[in-house]
Write a protein that binds this ligand. Structure first.
Ligand SMILES: C[S@@+](CC[C@H](N)C(=O)[O-])C[C@H]1O[C@@H](n2cnc3c(N)ncnc32)[C@H](O)[C@@H]1O
Length: 378
């Protein structure tokens, strides 16, 4: 087993006294089994196994400042070399540079995948592959209306990505729609709208739904919605846990206290279910990719710690997306200039963020007040 990733550097000149001291200083911050640097004149060897890169960056800056190094110095060179390493695993918040693939090794993996077959539930779909242009009158619009009615005005296969969070049926006080339907009625209404979303999605387009199940009613909305999408032969691309870290729940509410009779489970996260229509790959221009390497590496780890939206009072909406959540979804799953639809657009976070990051958008909501806010945010 490899113990370290080794980087060998040959400097232009021998390290100065200050730089030698800085190297000692840098080493002192780490367990030598995780990270160490040795120098032999112009030859410098960096051995790295596992580091928390954010901390490393801080330490590196501190060492540079404390040792009074010139602008162009050995600590900076080492930092740049480590930053260049593109392949690593992540374990307990640290970048793991060696042996991170070991547990994943399966012999004859390809043949086994071939025998099993992938996404069997989505095969033999009847999606049309030909995509259509979104008619101009719908481009960059906020429409006040019922999505079930409004979506019917769109042609098939004209939207690149849908990102939405449906009303959860929790009994929230939306401006002009009820949020306490009988569950059967609720899901019928929701599935109708989702079917329309699937129809208008391009072949290769993505349907991304943020769901918070109503745990207190024992309704697994995220599973029921996913089952519906699988029945419609979408490919399940994955699930993101949106960790909101909101530990404001009482221990005894609804369940039994300190007894197995009926303990009530607490959740601090919501789910984001990601589906593809027809195929997993989405085509687009290379120049229209706007995610950075660091964002990509962090965001493909499917647990996103993002605080809930703080401006709900300001925008007078009870269940808004935080902008950071929309930014991640759009940069990770769409290209610039793509057409983004939110059929439950609320105060317009999806449309505002889509516009900010150079996507085209269409937002629909039944509430005139929310649509006004959504327009003002653009
Ligand atoms: C969970 S909120 C979405 C909030 C939004 N993500 C935001 O950041 O502001 C759900 C929204 O769906 C809207 N809504 C409910 N039924 C609808 C329908 N049939 N068509 C369109 N919008 C609807 C509600 O007015 C509400 O604003």
């Amino acid at each position: 087993m490899e113990q370290f990733k080794e980087i060998k550097l040959t400097l232009d000149k021998n390290p100065s006294k200050k730089e030698k001291y800085a190297l000692k200083n840098l080493n002192s911050f780490f367990n030598l089994q995780d990270f160490n640097v040795t120098e032999n004149g112009k030859e410098v060897t960096v051995k790295v196994r596992a580091i928390d890169f954010q901390k490393y960056s801080l330490i590196s800056n501190t060492v540079e400042a404390e040792c009074g190094l010139e602008n162009d110095n050995i600590i900076k060179t080492i930092y740049a070399e480590i930053e260049k390493i593109g392949s690593y695993g992540i374990k307990s918040g640290k970048r793991l540079y060696v042996n991170y693939n070991n547990e994943r090794k399966v012999r004859n993996r390809k043949e086994k995948v071939g025998r099993r077959g992938k996404y069997f539930y989505a095969l033999n779909n009847e999606f049309i592959q030909e995509n259509n242009l979104l008619p101009e009158q719908f481009e960059n619009q906020i429409i006040c209306g019922d999505s079930l009615v409004e979506l019917q005005k769109l042609p098939n296969n004209c939207i690149d990505l849908v990102f939405t969070s449906p009303p959860y049926n929790f009994g929230l006080d939306y401006e002009d729609s009820d949020d306490d339907h009988n569950w059967d009625v609720y899901f019928k209404m929701l599935f109708h709208i989702l079917d329309e979303c699937i129809r208008v999605l391009k072949y290769g387009g993505r349907l991304i739904i943020n769901v918070q199940p109503l745990f207190s009613d024992y309704i697994p909305s995220h599973h029921l919605i996913s089952q519906h999408c699988l029945k419609r032969k979408l490919i399940w691309k994955g699930e993101v846990l949106w960790e909101k870290n909101n530990y404001n729940c009482k221990y005894t509410a609804w369940g039994s206290w300190k007894s197995p009779s009926s303990p009530y489970l607490k959740y601090t996260w919501e789910f984001i279910e990601i589906f593809c229509k027809g195929e997993l790959k989405k085509t687009g221009e290379k120049d229209n990719i706007d995610i950075s390497a660091d964002e990509f590496k962090e965001w493909v780890v499917a647990k996103w710690s993002i605080a809930p939206e703080k401006k709900m009072k300001k925008y007078d909406h009870p269940a808004m997306f935080p902008e950071a959540l929309v930014e991640r979804v759009l940069k990770l799953f769409s290209y610039k200039d793509d057409i983004i639809l939110d059929p439950f657009n609320g105060a317009g976070t999806t449309t505002a963020v889509a516009s900010k990051f150079g996507r085209r958008y269409l937002g629909i909501d039944t509430s005139e007040q929310y649509c006004k806010t959504a327009k003002e945010r653009l």
